[in-house]
Design a protein around this ligand. Structure first.
Ligand code: C2E
Ligand code: MG
Ligand code: MG
Ligand code: MG
Length: 274
């Protein structure tokens, strides 16, 4: 059914499909109920070292398995969760589930943290508690922090990030270059990795200026002692260009799409691919 297929693929349309008639507080109640009743699901997308194609980390990406509207993507509900504060509950669930499932991973697990989550004074305590409860060593967890969440840089933010580092957790700046592009964030905060937003890596194999800009950002990251990950690598020529410019790692549909836990395990068990 072509119409159905199109509706399912049109990510932006889904939110309207799922609750146009409800106001914010009703949608918030629905979201909180979904978290409590186990309707949230994690999919996992590996990240690869460009030097040898080995999996270096696996990122947890949340979905809402809605009984009537199917699998809702984060863009359909993360902003709402952030606005209403339900992100605290959702973030706790995601972190606990990802840390527990990652006990069997051959590499680190990466978990996304929104601006609102990062602003919570008890974030370090929550992460420490969840690591303790699940038994995952802090060194096996990376937190991906949205670039915008890191501004303005102040002492509270620095202390919080230092607290996370003290647990052995590594920090990554997600979607770098999307809007704020403050290179001083990379210099002044204890982050070890920068993930270049897909808009910066899109044309590296077809466009000279796009290539040179990405290469300059890779060099800037390296100059600051960071490793650089390219997001949204969709084509083989793009991956080759990123490898040639010295980008450390890449993630994207062209390498491996987000997978259910079952499909991830199949992929990890396949020696020809993993
Ligand atoms: P992100 O952390 O930058 O995650 C990457 C997004 O890009 C994912 O979308 C992924 O499916 C998509 N992607 C991967 N490879 C490609 C590619 O080759 N091309 C393109 N065009 N896209 C690709 P997804 O899963 O819809 O997540 C969207 C965003 O939602 C994430 O962006 C992250 O910011 C947020 N998010 C996801 N899960 C969580 C979560 O548990 N907590 C929080 N706070 N945010 C989350
Ligand atoms: Mg991410
Ligand atoms: Mg990203
Ligand atoms: Mg993104």
């Amino acid at each position: 059914d072509v119409a159905m297929y199109t509706a399912k693929r049109a990510g932006r349309g889904r939110f309207a499909v799922y609750a146009p008639e409800l106001d914010g507080s009703a949608r918030d109640a629905g979201l909180r109920r979904a978290i409590e009743t186990g309707r949230m699901v994690l999919h996992y997308q590996p990240e690869f070292a460009l030097a040898d194609n080995r999996i270096t980390a696996i990122e947890a990406l949340v979905r809402w398995d809605h009984p009537t509207h199917g699998l809702l993507m984060p863009e359909d509900f993360i902003d709402l969760a952030d606005e209403t504060g339900a992100i605290a509950q959702l973030g706790d669930w995601v972190l606990r589930t990802a840390c527990r499932e990652a006990l069997d991973f051959p590499c680190r697990v990466a978990v996304n943290v929104s601006a609102r989550q990062l602003a919570q004074p008890n974030l370090v305590t929550s992460v420490a508690r969840i690591l303790g409860e699940t038994g995952l060593p802090g060194g096996r967890l990376t937190l991906e922090l949205a670039e915008g969440a890191l501004l303005p840089i102040d002492e509270h933010l620095k202390a919080r990030l230092d607290g996370l580092c003290a647990l052995g957790v590594t920090l990554s700046v997600d979607d770098f270059g999307l809007g704020h592009a403050a290179l001083n964030v990379l210099r002044d905060l204890p982050v070890s990795t920068v993930k270049l937003h897909g808009s910066l890596t899109a044309g590296v194999h077809t466009d000279r200026a796009a290539h040179d800009l990405a290469a300059a950002l890779v060099a800037a990251g390296h100059a600051l002692g960071l490793s650089v990950v390219a997001e949204a690598a969709e084509h083989e020529a793009q991956v080759a260009a990123l490898r040639a410019m010295g980008c450390d790692r890449a993630q994207g549909f062209g390498l491996c799409p987000p997978l259910s836990r079952t499909r991830l395990d199949e992929r990890l068990a396949d020696p020809a691919r993993a």
